[in-house]
Design a protein around this ligand. Sequence first.
Ligand code: SF4
Length: 381
Amino acid sequence: MTTSKIKQAISIYNDPWEAYNDIKQFDQLTLSNVEFTTTNLCNMRCSHCAVGYTLQTKDPDPLPMNLIYQRLDEIPNLRTMSITGGEPMFSKKSINNVVKPLLKYAHQRGIYVQMNSNLTLPQDRYLEIAEYIDVMHISHNWGTIQEFAEVGFGAMKKQPPLKAKLKLYEQMLDNASTLSDQGMFVSAETMLNQNTLPHLENIHKEIVNDMKCSRHEVHPMYPADFASQLNVLSLKDMKQAIHHLLDIRDKNTWMLFGTLPIYPCINDENDQLLLERLRNEKNVTVRNDPDGRSRLNVNVFSGDVIVTDFGDENGTISNIKNDKLTDVFDAWLSTDLAKSLNCHCEAFQCLGPNVLVKNMYYPNTNFRENEITMHTEHSFQ
Ligand code: SF4
């Protein structure tokens, strides 16, 4: 393992999960982020959860940590680690056997850590690991408490009583504000879909004022199996929603947009005006999607490797029992699918669409052809 480095604070100028960092530093897409699925257990069952329908009631035994450490040691440019589930803080066994060892590994190596949590568990669990967490990432798609009670447990067969659900909501709000007060960087993500659209202003205000989050992340929702019950937005409604958020947001809070379906090469005046607005707004950033560009996901039980947490799109591409992650990443980049998606325009620091965005909104667009045109127009070879 390499020795610890001093980490710069996360800010609009330093987003370690931005895949373009690797282009700047290494001149190419580089494996710099590994996401670990550390548990299949969760106390909720959100309709929009990428793994909601695969959640179980008991975790299998994880792979030996030494194998996981070895695979991490083999990644020379590892900058970030993401820990996801299920709810990573739900199972004490998983916390002790997998989560804490990973957090300590990252800490020793000076790697930034994001945890994806629903923040509904007792506060002491989060306080116990606070010193190791750079970003506590939480989904917040709840325009009303009813929405939380329905969508937050949408994939659960036997529903808990309403009172129990509301208690979790209060706990989530209290955890977010207390952890933020204590200096944790809490980042709340909202999906743009038909359910959240009427409530975006309320959601934003709750994230900023009640939860005191450092960042509001906004991502369009794309149609994957796990979210088939929630309705996606048309491209037109999506763009209006983004303008609306820019109009109503608190300009002192960082708003990060990810996986936006709007690109500099799309010949649409309104798109270009919106991109221009996003570039010029105070405390707004637009992130290239890290999945498959700088990140692989590893399941700590099976060792399976996928390129996105929307695993269904591409399936398992390898297993850490057999392969080094850097080799898996290189093999992925050489596939026809990755090559068709991974365009790059330096003039806009753009790395192209992911597979879900392309399939949903641009099935007939050849981004590699657009890339050639863009490079000609903007004098890049
Ligand atoms: S990188 Fe790809 S998506 Fe982005 S502007 Fe260039 S061609 Fe378009």
